[in-house]
Design a protein around this ligand. Structure first.
Ligand code: NDP
Ligand code: GDR
Length: 338
């Protein structure tokens, strides 16, 4: 079976490529032309040179390119993982984010509608669509209230997937995934910034880690478990919308404490707001400080998902605990920085 994965240079693209190759698929993985393309994630997973992986240059904002990709690959499944996915940047580049993250998904839906409406389509939707949350925990029936240009763009793509399902009978499924992390997570996202920072502090390569809102709470799971859920959504009898989450929420501050512990450091917290800091209990040195430059114009304060529907209907589960995930990430960063 031929499948397309957009955004294979990203975290999820790498894990999904690995999973679908293991399942015997031929993967057409798309990447963007840049002056320095990197396939480091695929290389770390040992799949970059797999003969069943075809790397295809593609930009989500180009409809013609989407049509040619769908035609030439002969794909029967398309996983749309490509996006401008960093919430912070979406405030500075709202237009680009809308073009890629919102209208980009429409380009693929249009290409499917034109070339082969039988193709199954997965849209990478997000818990950021819940934003200023209207219910706790959040599930498939919770009202949306996005709080960033990224969240708004993703909500457009989410509803277009549903609209193409209802208008043209396209098998379009939308996975509302809560935050998922791994040793392959980009350094700009808070978990990896923290595990990389703690590893560097432990190794004497960094004095202090600077963060924004320590009170934000997230439902963090392991990315490798979550790509299995994406695949299950496209193997179901009918297209639908599913939440993938762990059902547990922790603050950024708690994740710092957890990562420090995994690196062999005991944290002590002092102060409040912008004056809050975290000290290494053994040395008394301030190793974590708040820098308002990392605050967002509008924040998503609390996310916690209810994955009951995915469990019941897809048999999806996420066995990895946050402690295991955090330890895995710190261990990988200690090795990379050592
Ligand atoms: P990443 O940011 O790691 O990867 C995004 C991918 O999209 C990269 O391969 C990037 O390429 C590619 N991309 C960006 N712009 C374009 C473009 N114009 N044309 C083609 N490709 C482009 O994201 P993740 O792997 O973490 O997430 C995968 C998807 O799931 C994203 O859509 C994200 O918004 C969504 N999501 C992620 C969650 C998470 O917690 N990780 C939770 C919920 C949803 P390049 O390397 O060149 O930048
Ligand atoms: P998020 O992830 O915005 O939830 O989007 P991120 O890790 O960027 O932020 C999580 C929370 O941590 C707070 N925070 C900081 N964030 C970053 N990046 N850097 C900091 O220094 C920092 N300090 C505190 C943030 O304010 C926020 O509250 C991720 C992305 O993968 C999206 O693509 C995806 O859709 C959602 O997860 C679900």
């Amino acid at each position: 079976m031929n499948v397309i994965i957009t955004g294979i240079t990203g975290q999820d693209g790498a894990y999904l490529t690995q999973l679908l190759l293991e399942k015997g698929c031929t993967v057409y993985g798309t990447y963007r032309r840049t002056s320095s393309v990197s396939f480091w994630r695929l290389e770390e997973l040992g799949v970059a040179d797999n003969p069943n992986l075809h790397l295809v240059e593609f930009d989500l904002t180009d409809l013609g390119s989407a049509i040619r990709l769908i035609e030439s690959s002969g794909a029967t499944e398309v996983y749309n993982l490509a996006a401008q996915s960093f919430v912070g940047v979406s405030f500075d580049q709202p237009h680009t984010t809308g073009q890629i993250t919102g209208l980009g998904a429409l380009n693929l839906l249009e290409a499917i509608r034109i070339v082969n409406p039988k193709i199954r389509f997965y849209q990478a939707s997000t818990s950021e669509m819940f934003g200023k949350v209207q219910a706790i925990p959040q599930d498939e029936n919770t009202n949306f209230y996005p709080r960033s240009p990224y969240g708004v763009a993703k909500l457009y793509a989410h509803w277009m997937t549903i609209n193409y399902r209802e208008s043209y009978g396209i098998f379009g499924s939308s996975g509302i995934l809560f935050n998922h992390e791994s040793p392959l997570r980009g350094l700009e996202f808070v978990t990896r910034k923290i595990t990389d920072g703690m590893a560097k502090i432990k190794l004497g390569k960094l004095d202090q880690l600077q963060l924004g809102n320590l009170d934000a709470k997230r439902d963090w799971g392991y990315a490798k478990d979550y790509v299995e859920g994406m695949w299950r959504m496209l193997q179901a009898d009918t297209p639908d919308t599913y939440v993938l989450a762990t059902g547990r929420t922790e603050s950024v501050r708690d994740f710092v404490t957890m990562a420090a512990k995994a690196a062999g450091i005991t944290m002590e917290w002092q102060g409040q707001g912008e004056a809050e800091c975290g000290r290494d209990a053994a040395t008394g040195k301030v190793i974590v400080a708040v820098n308002p430059k990392f605050y967002r114009p509008a924040e998503v304060e609390l996310l916690i998902g209810n994955p009951a529907k995915a469990k019941t209907e897809l048999g999806w589960e996420t066995p990895t605990t946050l402690e295991q995930l955090c330890a895995m990430m710190v261990e990988a960063d200690l090795q990379r920085n050592g």
